[in-house]
Design a protein around this ligand. Structure first.
Ligand SMILES: [Zn+2]
Ligand SMILES: [Zn+2]
Length: 114
């Protein structure tokens, strides 16, 4: 019996392999599973998960420029905006927000013939 092998049936959040700015208006994420995502900064700001923003997209141009971009380990991304606001995304949130053709075309649930 190995107590370290207890069943943690958790869904592991996706891991980030690389993170970079793409021009001035987007960032790119390279995932450990080989997928690539591009996120427009305007979208990342609009969907900022913090309570303060509350999904309010009514921000000026300064709010859509980055002053800092960092990884928080393999499971988080930190963005600091030119207007001083800070956003924390988990990798699970970012991956779910990917709107590439592959992700957008993926059905939420596998077809089970129901
Ligand atoms: Zn926010
Ligand atoms: Zn994607």
């Amino acid at each position: 019996m190995d107590p370290l092998k207890s069943k943690t049936a958790a869904i592991k959040p996706p891991r980030i392999k690389g993170l970079n700015e793409v021009g001035r208006y987007a960032i790119g994420v390279q995932w450990a599973d080989g997928h690539d995502s591009i996120f427009p900064l305007a979208s990342l700001r609009r969907f900022c998960p913090c309570n303060e923003c509350g999904g309010d997209a009514d921000a000026g141009a300064q709010a859509q420029h980055l002053s800092q971009l960092s990884r928080l380990g393999e499971h988080g991304v930190y963005l600091r905006w030119a207007d001083g606001h800070e956003t924390l995304y988990t990798t699970a949130q970012m991956r779910a927000a990917c709107r590439c053709a592959f992700c957008a075309g993926e059905p939420e649930r596998p077809l089970t013939g129901g």
